[in-house]
Every structure is written in structure tokens, then in C-alpha cells.
Design a protein around this ligand. Sequence first.
Ligand SMILES: O=c1nc[nH]c2c1ncn2[C@H]1C[C@H](O)[C@@H](COP(=O)(O)OP(=O)(O)OP(=O)(O)O)O1
Ligand SMILES: [Mg+2]
Length: 202
Amino acid sequence: MQILIATKNKGKVSEFQSMFNQYGIEVISLLDMENIPDVEETGDTFEENAILKAETICNKLNIPVISDDSGLEIDALDGRPGVYSARYAGSHKNDEDNMNKVLNELEGIPNQKRTARFICALAFARPGKDTFVVKGLCEGEILHDRRGTEGFGYDPIFFLPKLNRSMAELTKEEKNKISHRANALIKLQDFFNEEDMLWQKP
Ligand SMILES: O=c1nc[nH]c2c1ncn2[C@H]1C[C@H](O)[C@@H](COP(=O)(O)OP(=O)(O)OP(=O)(O)O)O1
Ligand SMILES: [Mg+2]
């Protein structure tokens, strides 16, 4: 069995691959296809953007797809970068520049005021059926400097107090137990179980 994840983000693809492979489901993504233009993320929320991406690609290819719209919400920045996480430092979408911008904006802010969360909305779109959308969270704090080399995006500056490590200091297997993406996928799985389709809980 195969599922298409409507993303061009290598980091997301790699995480979905390891999460789905344990169910024997093969993950393919827009990186495996040619000539699929970027879907413009014009929504005000992660859910809206996830639905936009899933339905656009589903309509284009006429197969079921899952999309992921995710990002980082920082309390001291009134929720920024939020839905603009990928393009926070500009439309070139560079992780290093994005992290530098966040670290600069938080300069002088003490640890207890650096609370933040990763958010992931997953939308599941099927030809001729209603789209289903779920949201998962992961709470943490923004570090003063980068720590770790695993993961992608803002992982090196995202600290998990309970684990006393940054997200980039976790293995993929560890991240996939606690991440916003994993938490959203569990909810999607509940939906699949109710509908008796695609895959079953182990
Ligand atoms: O687990 C994560 N660990 C660290 N950073 C993360 C994570 N999850 C999302 N993020 C950041 C990366 C990017 O700055 C933004 C996603 O933006 P988002 O538009 O959803 O993805 P994208 O443009 O890279 O790929 P696509 O739209 O093709 O799925 O949030
Ligand atoms: Mg995007």
C-alpha cells in the first residue's frame, strides 16, 4: 500500500516514511513527481493551509493525499512565526536564516518567557469525499543557541524541558514519539480506524 504526502519538504518526508513504514505503508511525496507547482499557502491558519494543499493535489492527481502544514508559535512574539514559519526570513525559505531571525528577536528574553510550541495540521483529501483535518502540538522553549544536528527546520533551537534535550538532539525514532506531527498522525489514525480503512493500530 502507498500513500502520497503532498509535500516537498525532505524532513517531513523522512519522518512520515519512518512513521508509516512500521505499518507496511510506503510513502511517496511530491519530490518523487515532476512538474507539480507549489500550492500557494494563503490561509490564516495551519488547518486552512493543510486543506488547501491536500485538496489542490488531490484534485490534480485524483488520488487520496495527506498534506502537512506546520510551524512554530512563540508566545513572546505573539505567536509568530506561525503560518509564516517557512518564509519567516524571506521567500527563499532558509532554515538557518529563520532560526537567526527568531534568536535575534528573542535576545534578552529570559528562559521562563521563551515558551513555544510546534503545531502540525494534517489534512486527508479523497476524490469525491469530505476532507478530514487534525492538529497536533508539541510544547517547548526556545533556546539561546542551537543544539544538536538531527531533524530539520527549527529543531536545533527548540528545547524539550521534560527530556532536557533539544529536538535536534533526538533520534528520528525519539522525535516521532513526541512530535506535533506524531500527535497529529495519531488523531488521523483514530479517524482511519473508525472508517475501517487504510491502516489499523498495532
Ligand atoms: O518538526 C519540525 N521541526 C522543525 N521545524 C519544523 C517542524 N515542522 C515544521 N517546521 C517548520 C519548518 C518550516 O519552517 C515550517 C513548515 O512550513 P510548511 O509550509 O508547513 O512546509 P514547507 O513549505 O517546508 O513544505 P510543504 O509546504 O511543501 O509541505 O515549519
Ligand atoms: Mg509550505
